[in-house]
Design a binder for this molecule. Sequence first.
Ligand code: SF4
Length: 331
Amino acid sequence: MILGSYRIEIPFEELKGYKRILIQLPSGLKIYARKIVDILEEKTKADILVSSDPCFGACDLAVDTALSVDADLLLHFGHLPIPNLKIDFPVKFVDVIMDIDVSSVTDLIISGVTEKNISIVTTAQHIRYLNEIRKNLEKRGCRVRIDEGDGRIAQPGLVLGCNFSSVSRDAGAVVFVGTGTFHPVGISISTRKPVYSLDPISMTLTSPNEISTMADKLIRRRFYLITASRDAENFGILVSKKPGQNRMDVALNIRKKLEEMGKKSYIIVADTIQPDMLRDFGKLDCFISTACPRIALDDHEMFDIPILTPVEFEILTGERSFDDYIFDSIT
Ligand code: SF4
């Protein structure tokens, strides 16, 4: 099924026998929700319910919602499963593909990437094109790595905003195929390698210098926020209920360290961490977010007080030096 620029591959055969299905869509697909529901109802004859809650990744499976409405299946669109996330509820994933012009992508890499030994990575929307890109590049003299990641990564070459383990540490440079700057900047900070960012929609290639400038800017901002938290006395430790973002163990560890430092802390649990809701808690000096790393790293301007990652908390306490700054990741 083609909807806008998305190719949506619903495994209708696998949906037989389910009576009530809750579907979960990322925000870019919600505009097509009614159409998707109509088609699913017609093909499956099941009750189709749609979740309106935000959905940013496969870390965020709406199992509680599915149980609350007596659904017998959760149908999750647009992300690949997280292999090491064990869920005790029937969940199926729907591939959502954004087609790309592999031959133009290859040409752009050949003309714009200096290194001939490269690691290529991408996000779920383009993952199935990686092998074809590799074959084309190898025919033209490149050595291309598409590596497996750790247990959080479903397919070789896939990167998540919280996990760059599929980037080959042996390659001379990394080519990220996808949109946005968060992933390439994260890869740059995590690997210290030259990173190119190839946007397959606009067909533009951002150079390692530009990515590195963005990474430096992010690190300077993080340094400022860590420094601004030096005198904090009251901390809010944020924990997400989302199954693949829940790092309660990390939160408890942070609270223990704060206690030892004579600081006061409160563990605040939420499904989606929203700055507005946190304002109700009155005066706190600093948040430490154990949820999705993007909340602290990407959305920090939405918060009234500094919001740090667990790694940055280690720098704040002096356990880690700033020279050892690493991107927060979930494994
Ligand atoms: S934790 Fe954040 S970056 Fe990781 S999969 Fe979930 S939404 Fe994406």
